[in-house]
Design a protein around this ligand. Structure first.
Ligand SMILES: [Fe+2]
Length: 270
């Protein structure tokens, strides 16, 4: 009996640590007819290594064959060496254009310049309260990104809201599909002030525990039973997708809440 219990327990732990792939389909009239864009969203890796030399995660991304890869913060960690992130970047560089924003742990690392240097090495575009217009599958879209508010630990005058106002107000005039990458989902009310169609976030690690009707037990900056733990949320014309993240770390255990790789397929309205 005790052996059976151990086997069941080990199986549960193993299933909680295997990467699941979550796919969301969204539609928009802002793409050319019959066209689509496939995005892979990678969040909160915290430099975790999945399989030998990161091969499990890299192979999954290669198989998805995305048009665009988004890194929505806490890809590096403040306590774990950056090897896992370096392996990931080396493995996915060249598959598709990669866009990145900071998370709080990257600012907590006291190593932000080394992190930026590492991203540059793999030709990752860093979006720092800025946006760019890119062409994918004959569609022009806007991809924007904001800094984690803990940038203020480095620049004491930094104010995320003011910086967003300066960077994104002019987007109201542009009729293209607009994506915002923003690490922290709980600040969605701030992002809603602008004309984005899709916001991509992380930070919550799925609320650590998911069970029956509980979609997340606890998330930073939201507390117990967080409103925005992970999944797809709709705010009128804005879609907000929150990744449950990819880290495995004893600091933040996962119970029925496996690491998650998110795929978003944006399709033209038929
Ligand atoms: Fe975070």
């Amino acid at each position: 009996m005790s052996v059976l219990l151990i086997v069941v327990f080990v199986s549960i732990i193993a299933s909680c640590n295997s990467i699941s792939t979550q796919t969301y389909n969204i539609e928009t009239p802002l793409l050319n007819a019959q066209s689509s864009i496939k995005i892979v969203l990678i969040s909160d890796l915290h430099s975790t290594i999945h399989g030998k030399d990161q091969t499990i995660l890299i192979d999954k991304i290669k198989n998805i064959n995305p048009d665009l890869i988004v890194l929505s913060g806490d890809i590096f960690d403040d306590e774990v060496p950056m090897t896992g992130t370096q392996l990931l970047l080396a493995g996915i560089s060249g598959i598709a254009p990669i866009y990145y924003v900071t998370g709080n742990h990257e600012y907590w690392s006291n190593n932000i310049q080394a992190i930026m240097d590492e991203l540059a090495l793999y030709e990752v575009t860093i979006l720092s309260d800025s946006y760019t217009i890119i062409e994918i599958n004959n569609n022009e879209i806007i991809i924007a990104g904001i800094e984690d508010p803990d940038k203020r630990f480095y620049e004491t005058t930094y104010n995320q809201n003011d910086s967003m106002e300066n960077a994104f107000r002019e987007l109201d005039e542009i009729q293209l599909f607009k994506i915002l990458i923003a690490h922290r989902p709980e600040l969605i009310e701030n992002y809603k002030r602008f004309s984005f169609d899709l916001v991509l976030s992380g930070h919550t690690h799925g609320g650590q525990v998911r069970f029956l009707f509980i979609n997340g037990l606890f998330a930073p900056n939201q507390g117990f039973f967080p409103k925005y733990a992970g999944g797809l949320y709709t705010h009128e014309n804005l879609t907000h997708i929150i990744s449950r993240g990819l880290s495995i770390n004893p600091r933040l255990p996962r119970i029925f809440n496996p690491p998650e790789l998110v795929v978003i397929i944006i399709e033209a309205n038929p």
